[in-house]
Design a protein around this ligand. Structure first.
Ligand code: AMP
Length: 417
């Protein structure tokens, strides 16, 4: 788990700002769900045979005896909220987005943390392939607005309850015939859920995976039609994609479309490790978690990976607004008057730097110079008593006296905000 220090905050702010703009443009409303949920929600939703639940979940017993977990992903919590608040009665789809921290007990390494942040979008209550394509487009737009070029979307369809059992059977017998070539984890996974083997990052398992039967060849008619339609939407929108016939994603609830977005600045190997966004359709999850049937689709992007890519490529976040004015004060009464004056400037939308803890004018002027302001306001004891204040133009050193009551108006005329 890591601290996000002040110098990195502008990157995070920039990501959240773009997410907010794009998500709202597409009709998504923000939702905030608790960081803690019942462990059962993820065991049922994310799936108890997934790595996330099996190995990575921070779960514990509360003082009241409840089994709780720090959320390892957003979707189950948002679906729980959709059900709990009767959102099925709203016009569908209900489009929700969220940003915040998630927790997974991972092996920490570059781009992989135990506490990290995601932005997440969910469209619940619509079965149309258009929604899947819209989500992919939204994630593209967010990344493009953040300066990412050369993005590539890996897509696949993993079928539904009609066609998946048959494919799983095929996969099981394929892996059984090659179990000697799989890692120990996968030999076990193979029996519980053979799809998980496709998701293993071990090199030897990846080699086996490349020869495994492909889902696209075994989809039922409905899933085939859905997938074809998603791809047509992507073509029409000029979104570059690859068909990855073995992409399954590490979660149990996906049906039909699954996708991941990569930035192809990385080598293919690094590429696999460094998806920036992942998501897919989950038509059965709402019902599984106790709601009425509501087909849905969603995805999430990793903020830390975006921030580190922005830093690596020298992309700067939006420049923070710089103060144009510095307030220097000398003595007790000026200090006391300063607080009120700062609030007046804040109300007028003018950013003012200050160091109220300092007493010496020399130190304060040096500070004003360092901040690079155009004007310094000097409030001495005499001025405070008379209700006036000095405006000093920093480049020329020229000073003039104005009434305290007028200073905000005067500065409004001089500084461009
Ligand atoms: P997932 O929820 O596993 O599909 O992940 C979606 C995105 O979240 C990934 O593409 C990453 O960008 C990011 N992500 C997932 N796990 C981590 C982690 N442990 N540390 C940092 N980012 C992560």
């Amino acid at each position: 788990m890591h601290d996000i220090l002040p110098e990195d905050q502008p990157y995070y702010e920039r990501v959240y700002e773009v997410v907010d703009q794009v998500a709202k443009f597409y009709g998504f409303s923000r939702i905030t769900t608790p960081v803690l949920e019942l462990s059962e929600l993820f065991e049922k939703g994310t799936g108890s045979s997934t790595d996330i639940v099996e190995k990575q979940m921070y779960s514990f017993k509360s003082k009241g005896g409840d089994s709780l977990a720090l959320r390892p992903e957003f979707t189950p919590g948002i679906v729980r909220s959709y059900i709990q608040h009767g959102m099925i009665n709203l016009p569908q789809p209900v489009k929700l987005f969220s940003v915040g921290p998630l927790f997974r007990y991972e092996h920490p390494q570059a781009g992989r943390y135990r506490q990290f942040h995601q932005f997440d979008l969910e469209a619940i209550g619509d079965s149309s392939p258009a929604i899947d394509a819209e989500l992919i487009q939204i994630f593209y737009s967010i990344l493009s607005d953040l300066g990412f070029r050369h993005l590539i979307c890996e897509v696949n369809s993993i079928g539904d309850s009609k066609c998946r059992p048959y494919y799983k059977k095929l996969l099981s017998s394929f892996f059984r015939s090659r179990q000697h070539a799989l890692c120990a984890d996968c030999r076990r996974r193979m029996k519980v859920n053979p799809l998980r083997v496709l998701d293993c990052k071990e090199e030897k398992c990846q080699r086996v995976r490349s020869q495994a039967p492909q889902f696209v060849d075994h989809l039922c008619d409905e899933c085939k039609k859905h997938f074809r339609s998603v791809l047509e939407f992507l073509d029409e929108a000029d979104i570059p994609y690859h068909l990855d016939p073995h992409l399954v994603r590490g979660l149990d609830y996906y049906t039909k479309t699954v996708f991941e977005i990569y930035s192809d600045q990385h080598s293919p190997d690094a590429l696999r490790q460094s998806a920036i966004v992942g998501g897919g359709r989950y038509d059965a999850l709402v019902k599984l978690l106790g709601g009425k049937e509501a087909p849905a689709s969603g995805g999430a992007g990793g903020v830390e990976r975006i921030v580190s890519a922005m830093k690596e490529s020298g992309r700067s976040p939006l420049k923070a607004r710089e103060p144009k004015v510095y307030l220097a004060q000398l003595g007790d009464l000026p200090k006391r008057k300063s607080l009120k004056l700062l609030e007046e400037f804040r109300g007028a939308g003018i950013l003012v730097a200050e160091s109220l803890g300092r007493d010496s004018l020399k130190v304060q002027l040096a500070r004003a110079d360092k901040v690079g302001v155009e004007y310094t306001l000097i409030l001495g004891q005499k001025e405070a008593l008379e209700g006036s204040i000095v405006i000093r133009k920093m480049d020329t050193g020229k000073q003039e006296m104005v009434k305290m009551d007028n200073v905000v108006r005067e500065m409004k005329k001089r500084v461009k905000r």
